[in-house]
Design a protein around this ligand. Structure first.
Ligand code: HEC
Length: 212
């Protein structure tokens, strides 16, 4: 896989363009002096030579400075290798993919109150009260760390009944982001909470629904 070549086409102010003007001025100067019948002394010639040299130095200096500031070397082929990009020879564009922050980290700043608001999306199917009855979905009081598909008296789909494991933060995060993807065949007709913050908040709320 190739990394993108970082090229900057720097159009330097072309000092060569100014050179003809400098020469025109010098020619004029010499011509005027000749017309006036004055001989140019070596001091004046030195000044002219100095001016030309100075122009040249500035030109070279600017050019090198440009090279130093904007490297036009092809990029190191091992640099900026973006994991997972398989297209051969395609320009590597760092995608603005959502940075996945672990749920444990998000939970540190999660809000139970905000989670309770998010839960309004669930109340048509779920009961959050202590000892609450099952509705379309199983009762959710004390769901955190309970076995998956284990609420008494609820008729689960095979997807959840045979899932195994417990509803820890990771599992809830995965399920609530996209229920149908996490548990293929689930009866939970809910699109999912796309925002990680919403999931963290509701998990914090669910976590508060237990004997203190
Ligand atoms: C349209 C109804 C509906 C909505 C809305 C809904 N659920 Fe569910 N939920 C269900 C059903 C039905 C199940 C059982 C799924 C199965 O058996 O596959 C379920 C299962 C669950 C489970 C697994 C429980 C267990 O005992 O294993 C959790 C956790 C859950 N839902 C959380 C939520 C949360 C949180 C929300 C809101 C963000 C939500 N659900 C929104 C219907 C819904």
């Amino acid at each position: 896989m190739r990394a993108a070549n970082l090229r900057f086409d720097v159009s330097l102010p072309n000092l060569c363009d100014a050179t003809p003007q400098v020469f025109t001025r010098i020619t004029e100067y010499v011509a005027i002096n000749a017309a006036l019948g004055e001989r140019m002394d070596s001091f004046e010639l030195n000044k002219i030579a100095g001016a030309i040299l100075f122009t040249l130095l500035v030109y070279l200096g600017v050019q090198n400075l440009g090279d130093i500031m904007f490297s036009t070397q092809p990029a190191d082929p091992t640099a900026y290798v973006v994991e997972g990009v398989v297209e051969e020879g395609a320009p590597v564009v760092a995608s603005v993919a959502e940075v996945v922050v672990p749920i444990s980290e998000l939970l540190q700043t999660a809000s139970i109150e905000k989670g309770e608001k998010v839960a309004k999306k669930c109340v048509s199917c779920h009961n959050f009260d202590i000892g609450g009855a099952n509705k379309i979905g199983p009762a959710l009081w004390g769901i955190v760390d309970r076995d998956i598909g284990a609420t008494d008296g609820f008729n689960y789909s095979d997807a959840l009944a045979g899932h195994g494991g417990v509803w820890d933060y990771e599992a809830l995060n995965g399920f609530l982001e996209n229920p149908k993807k996490y548990a293929v065949g689930t009866n939970m007709a809910f699109a999912g909470l796309r925002k990680a913050k919403d999931r963290a908040n509701i998990i914090a709320y669910l976590d508060s629904l237990k004997a203190q």
